[in-house]
Each structure stands twice: as structure tokens, then as C-alpha cells.
Write a protein that binds this ligand. Structure first.
Ligand SMILES: [Zn+2]
Ligand SMILES: [Zn+2]
Length: 321
């Protein structure tokens, strides 16, 4: 009797999630169609340097790695902390603060914080995600004077984060793509923004958090926003085909959560190669995949496809564009 009841519960749960997934996908499509996308003219920057502070692979034994993202993005006029890592164990100091110290970076080295999306591996942990906030370490440090741009309304003590739902210029040569939403089977609606930086003489470099927007979605949005060609893309694009960096009781979480696909239709190497072909049409000068949400097989496929234009994203290894 109990087994039958459990089966009924499970079946109705799946039915509900399936219904929510399908209607959510339709709403996401409508949102895309209704989005008021006008060309942006952000100006340009001569220099662009990206220093990964948190990712799955690190370039030194004194640096900590974890399944999260935090990059220090430096242009001629503005420095941005893009996401604030995972800090899964809520350590204080967090892996991010540890790495910043090792690399000689302080909070004085950035003017603004951009949060790609409100997921634990980007806002400094589950605790802060639930509060619709973020934290660089186990407690919220004083960030007075920093500009903050979030994809959904978020809070931080003493700060007034700007919700950049729509594409906007946030500094000379620097823009946000605005949110591109997607529907996940288990997690529901995910609204994520990416950075777009116009490098003089080269074009737009996209910096992405988890890539729930999908690579084709991000490219389509960037193409609609800018007159300049797309020069490159760096960051998370969510291709956990053979493995997942986050595992709970041995379950490969990233293969099921955050794919924005039906759980019985996971991301395949076929899809990875399809996406590579789409990106190749842009002849990018720089491509780098975050290892925090992509498996080694996907990274290998990207590396082989883009040869010398591929760069590894590793904590402590600065990417100079
Ligand atoms: Zn992520
Ligand atoms: Zn995510």
C-alpha cells in the first residue's frame, strides 16, 4: 500500500515538474520575443585582463580551487569582480579571500561587483542565495562605495544593487547583456546576465558565469546588441557530459540540475560539438571554458576545436586580451 502511494506521489511530482518545465519554456520564449533589445554603444577599452580568482582548476599549489566562479575583470577604467565563488563550507576566510590574499588582491582593487545569477556557486554559498544576497567570505564584509549589478533584485548591507534586467552600459567599454532567462526542470526559472566588453581593434569579449542562457542564446543576444564583431567568450557554459564537479551522495548534480533540459535528455558530446560549430562561425580570437560546470571531455573538445585561440581558465593565471 505504502509503495503504491509513494509511486503515485512520485508520478504526480514528475507530472507537475514536466508541466512547469513546458509552460516555463514557453514563457521564456515570449520574454525573448518581447525583450526591448536596442543597439548599445559602450565605447571601448584598450586593455582587458581577466584574473580567475575562483574556478575548478588552479595554477598554483598555494591557491584554492572549487566548483564556483569569481573573476577579476580589469579594463582601462573599471575593475569588476565578476561573481564571488562558492565557499561551499562557508569557510572564513573563504577560498576566494584566501586566493585574493595569495595573489595580492584586496577589495580596493575593484570598483564594482557583477553577479551573473543567483546560484550558490556564484554568490558565495547556499546561505546567501536563499537571502537573495552574496558574500565574498563566511560573513558579509564592508563593501562600501562599490557599484553592484545583479540580474534579479538582490540585497547587500550598506549597498544598493542595481538590477540590470535589461542590457546596459556599466562602464567605458563594458556592458551587461541583460538577463537571458531559461527554464530548468528542477530549479525552475534561471535569469542570468553576462558581461560584454568591447576591446579596441578586436571586438566583443563575453564573460559568462554558468551559461544557463546557452551558448547560442548568448551569441544571438550579443549579435543583436553590438555593431562590433564577437571576438571571444570566456567562462562557464555548462557542458557536464561525462562528469559533474558537484556530487551529492555520488549523484552527478550538474548533469541533472541547471541543464535546462529534460532529465532524460541530458547534454551530450553531440550538443557540445554542435555548439562548437556555431561558435566557429564567429572565428573567435579567444575561447576559454570554465571547468566549474564543464567536464574534461568538453574542455578537450573546445581546446581541440580552437587550437591556439583556446585558453585554459585557471585560478591565478591571468588572461591578457
Ligand atoms: Zn555555476
Ligand atoms: Zn548556475
Amino acid at each position: 500500500m505504502i509503495i503504491i502511494l509513494l509511486l503515485i506521489l512520485l508520478f504526480s511530482g514528475i507530472l507537475f515538474l514536466n508541466f512547469r518545465f513546458n509552460s516555463g519554456k514557453k514563457k521564456v520564449e515570449e520574454e525573448w520575443k518581447k525583450a526591448n533589445i536596442q543597439r548599445l554603444n559602450p565605447g571601448s577599452t584598450k586593455s582587458l585582463r581577466i584574473l580567475p580568482l575562483i574556478d575548478w582548476y588552479s595554477s598554483g599549489i598555494d591557491l584554492k580551487a572549487e566548483a564556483g566562479v569569481s573573476y577579476l575583470v580589469k579594463t582601462d577604467e573599471i575593475s569588476i569582480l565578476f561573481d564571488v565563488g562558492f565557499n561551499e563550507k562557508q569557510a572564513d576566510p573563504s577560498p576566494l579571500m584566501h586566493n585574493m590574499k595569495q595573489l595580492g588582491i584586496s577589495t580596493g582593487d575593484f570598483d564594482a561587483i557583477v553577479i551573473s545569477h543567483n546560484h550558490p556557486d556564484h554568490v558565495g554559498g547556499m546561505k546567501w542565495q536563499k537571502k537573495k544576497s552574496f558574500s565574498l567570505t563566511g560573513h558579509q564584509i564592508d563593501l562600501n562605495g562599490k557599484a553592484v549589478y545583479t540580474p534579479v533584485p538582490m540585497i547587500y548591507p550598506g549597498l544598493d544593487p542595481v538590477c540590470t534586467k535589461n542590457p546596459a552600459v556599466i562602464g567605458k567599454g563594458v556592458a551587461t547583456t541583460g538577463i537571458i532567462s531559461n527554464q530548468d526542470f528542477f530549479m525552475g526559472r534561471i535569469s542570468e546576465q553576462a558581461l560584454a566588453i568591447n576591446v579596441e581593434g578586436k571586438g566583443i569579449v563575453l564573460i559568462v558565469g554558468c551559461g544557463h542562457q546557452t551558448l547560442p542564446g548568448i551569441l544571438k543576444r550579443a549579435k543583436a546588441l553590438f555593431n562590433e564583431p564577437i571576438y571571444g567568450i570566456l567562462g562557464g557554459l555548462h557542458y557536464p557530459v561525462t562528469d559533474s564537479r558537484i556530487k551529492i551522495f555520488g549523484i552527478k548534480i550538474q548533469k541533472i540540475f541547471g541543464t535546462c533540459r529534460l532529465p532524460w535528455k541530458p547534454i551530450t558530446m553531440g550538443l557540445v560539438h554542435e555548439n562548437i560549430s556555431i561558435l566557429k562561425e564567429y572565428h573567435p580570437g579567444i575561447v576559454g571554458l570554465s571547468s566549474h560546470d564543464s567536464c574534461d571531455a568538453s574542455i578537450k573538445a573546445f581546446r581541440e576545436a580552437f587550437h591556439d585561440n583556446y585558453t585554459d581558465i585557471m585560478v591565478g593565471k591571468e588572461i591578457d586580451i
